[in-house]
Design a binder for this molecule. Sequence first.
Ligand code: MG
Ligand code: FE
Length: 170
Amino acid sequence: MTTTPQENLLDWLRDAHAMEQQAESMLKAQAERLEHYPLLKTRIVKHIEETRGQQRQLVGCIERLGGSTSTLKDLAGKLMAFAQGVGGMTMSDEVVKGAMAGYVFENLEIASYTVLIEAAEAAGDVATAEVCRSIIKEEIAMADWLREHLPEVTRAFLERSADPDAEAKR
Ligand code: MG
Ligand code: FE
Protein backbone atom coordinates (compact mmCIF):
# COMPACT_ATOMS: atom_id res chain seq x y z
CA MET A 1 0.00 0.00 0.00
CA THR A 2 1.27 3.45 -0.88
CA THR A 3 0.39 6.91 0.33
CA THR A 4 0.77 9.95 -1.93
CA PRO A 5 2.39 13.19 -0.73
CA GLN A 6 -1.08 14.80 -1.05
CA GLU A 7 -2.64 12.19 1.24
CA ASN A 8 0.10 12.61 3.83
CA LEU A 9 -0.22 16.37 3.57
CA LEU A 10 -3.98 16.24 4.19
CA ASP A 11 -3.50 13.90 7.14
CA TRP A 12 -0.86 16.19 8.69
CA LEU A 13 -3.01 19.28 8.10
CA ARG A 14 -5.78 17.56 10.08
CA ASP A 15 -3.27 16.78 12.85
CA ALA A 16 -2.23 20.44 12.86
CA HIS A 17 -5.87 21.55 13.07
CA ALA A 18 -6.41 19.25 16.09
CA MET A 19 -3.19 20.61 17.61
CA GLU A 20 -4.42 24.20 17.19
CA GLN A 21 -7.73 23.34 18.86
CA GLN A 22 -5.77 21.89 21.75
CA ALA A 23 -3.60 25.02 21.78
CA GLU A 24 -6.68 27.25 22.02
CA SER A 25 -8.13 25.24 24.94
CA MET A 26 -4.83 25.32 26.84
CA LEU A 27 -4.18 29.01 26.21
CA LYS A 28 -7.74 29.95 27.20
CA ALA A 29 -7.50 27.95 30.44
CA GLN A 30 -4.21 29.71 31.26
CA ALA A 31 -5.45 33.20 30.40
CA GLU A 32 -8.68 32.80 32.38
CA ARG A 33 -6.78 31.78 35.52
CA LEU A 34 -3.90 34.27 35.41
CA GLU A 35 -4.41 37.18 37.81
CA HIS A 36 -1.07 38.54 38.95
CA TYR A 37 1.02 38.20 35.78
CA PRO A 38 -0.55 40.76 33.41
CA LEU A 39 2.28 40.76 30.84
CA LEU A 40 2.09 36.98 30.40
CA LYS A 41 -1.69 37.10 30.27
CA THR A 42 -1.69 39.80 27.57
CA ARG A 43 0.73 37.84 25.39
CA ILE A 44 -1.33 34.66 25.79
CA VAL A 45 -4.54 36.49 24.86
CA LYS A 46 -2.81 37.81 21.72
CA HIS A 47 -1.73 34.27 20.82
CA ILE A 48 -5.29 32.96 21.31
CA GLU A 49 -6.37 35.33 18.51
CA GLU A 50 -3.45 34.18 16.34
CA THR A 51 -4.34 30.54 17.07
CA ARG A 52 -7.95 31.07 15.95
CA GLY A 53 -6.67 32.61 12.73
CA GLN A 54 -4.35 29.61 12.23
CA GLN A 55 -7.32 27.25 12.63
CA ARG A 56 -9.25 29.16 9.94
CA GLN A 57 -6.27 29.08 7.58
CA LEU A 58 -5.78 25.33 8.12
CA VAL A 59 -9.47 24.66 7.44
CA GLY A 60 -9.03 26.60 4.19
CA CYS A 61 -6.09 24.38 3.17
CA ILE A 62 -7.90 21.17 4.17
CA GLU A 63 -11.04 22.12 2.24
CA ARG A 64 -9.03 23.10 -0.85
CA LEU A 65 -7.59 19.57 -0.79
CA GLY A 66 -11.10 18.14 -0.52
CA GLY A 67 -10.96 17.08 3.14
CA SER A 68 -13.07 17.84 6.19
CA THR A 69 -12.06 18.67 9.76
CA SER A 70 -14.74 16.91 11.78
CA THR A 71 -12.60 13.99 12.90
CA LEU A 72 -12.12 11.98 16.05
CA LYS A 73 -8.64 13.48 16.33
CA ASP A 74 -10.20 16.84 17.08
CA LEU A 75 -12.19 15.35 19.93
CA ALA A 76 -9.15 13.54 21.31
CA GLY A 77 -7.27 16.84 21.29
CA LYS A 78 -10.02 18.59 23.22
CA LEU A 79 -10.15 15.86 25.85
CA MET A 80 -6.39 15.94 26.26
CA ALA A 81 -6.41 19.71 26.66
CA PHE A 82 -9.16 19.45 29.25
CA ALA A 83 -7.18 16.87 31.24
CA GLN A 84 -4.07 19.07 31.10
CA GLY A 85 -6.06 22.12 32.14
CA VAL A 86 -7.51 20.36 35.17
CA GLY A 87 -4.12 18.92 36.09
CA GLY A 88 -2.46 22.33 35.93
CA MET A 89 -4.94 23.89 38.33
CA THR A 90 -3.81 21.80 41.27
CA MET A 91 -0.19 22.98 41.16
CA SER A 92 1.03 25.65 43.55
CA ASP A 93 3.43 26.90 40.85
CA GLU A 94 0.99 26.73 37.94
CA VAL A 95 2.16 30.01 36.39
CA VAL A 96 5.73 28.68 36.04
CA LYS A 97 4.68 25.20 34.91
CA GLY A 98 2.18 26.76 32.52
CA ALA A 99 4.80 29.02 30.93
CA MET A 100 7.15 26.03 30.60
CA ALA A 101 4.42 23.87 29.06
CA GLY A 102 3.57 26.73 26.71
CA TYR A 103 7.16 26.92 25.52
CA VAL A 104 7.24 23.15 24.92
CA PHE A 105 3.93 23.28 23.03
CA GLU A 106 5.09 26.16 20.79
CA ASN A 107 8.12 24.09 19.85
CA LEU A 108 5.87 21.14 18.97
CA GLU A 109 3.98 23.54 16.70
CA ILE A 110 7.23 24.77 15.13
CA ALA A 111 8.22 21.14 14.39
CA SER A 112 4.77 20.41 12.94
CA TYR A 113 4.82 23.39 10.55
CA THR A 114 8.41 22.65 9.52
CA VAL A 115 7.21 19.19 8.42
CA LEU A 116 4.08 20.65 6.79
CA ILE A 117 6.07 23.19 4.75
CA GLU A 118 8.25 20.40 3.34
CA ALA A 119 5.23 18.14 2.69
CA ALA A 120 3.35 20.95 0.94
CA GLU A 121 6.39 21.66 -1.26
CA ALA A 122 6.66 17.94 -2.11
CA ALA A 123 2.96 17.83 -2.98
CA GLY A 124 3.29 20.94 -5.14
CA ASP A 125 0.79 22.80 -2.94
CA VAL A 126 2.24 26.31 -3.02
CA ALA A 127 -0.71 27.92 -1.22
CA THR A 128 -0.46 25.55 1.77
CA ALA A 129 3.32 26.05 1.95
CA GLU A 130 2.72 29.82 2.09
CA VAL A 131 0.09 29.49 4.83
CA CYS A 132 2.40 27.30 6.93
CA ARG A 133 5.32 29.71 6.47
CA SER A 134 3.19 32.53 7.79
CA ILE A 135 1.86 30.46 10.73
CA ILE A 136 5.32 29.23 11.77
CA LYS A 137 6.44 32.86 12.17
CA GLU A 138 3.75 33.37 14.82
CA GLU A 139 4.77 30.16 16.61
CA ILE A 140 8.47 31.14 16.61
CA ALA A 141 7.58 34.61 17.93
CA MET A 142 5.51 33.07 20.76
CA ALA A 143 8.21 30.51 21.61
CA ASP A 144 10.87 33.27 21.66
CA TRP A 145 8.69 35.48 23.85
CA LEU A 146 8.08 32.70 26.38
CA ARG A 147 11.76 31.73 26.53
CA GLU A 148 12.80 35.36 26.96
CA HIS A 149 10.21 35.99 29.69
CA LEU A 150 10.59 32.74 31.65
CA PRO A 151 13.24 34.27 33.96
CA GLU A 152 10.98 37.28 34.66
CA VAL A 153 7.96 35.06 35.37
CA THR A 154 10.10 32.89 37.64
CA ARG A 155 11.43 35.89 39.57
CA ALA A 156 7.95 37.37 40.02
CA PHE A 157 6.65 33.98 41.19
CA LEU A 158 9.50 33.56 43.70
CA GLU A 159 8.91 37.06 45.11
CA ARG A 160 5.17 36.49 45.47
CA SER A 161 5.78 33.05 47.01
CA ALA A 162 7.93 34.57 49.75
CA ASP A 163 5.35 37.31 50.47
CA PRO A 164 2.72 36.21 53.04
CA ASP A 165 0.22 38.75 51.63
CA ALA A 166 0.52 37.75 47.97
CA GLU A 167 -0.91 34.85 45.99
CA ALA A 168 1.82 33.43 43.78
CA LYS A 169 0.40 30.48 41.84
CA ARG A 170 -1.56 32.42 39.25
MG1 MG B 1 -0.51 27.57 16.70
FE1 FE C 1 1.23 28.59 18.94
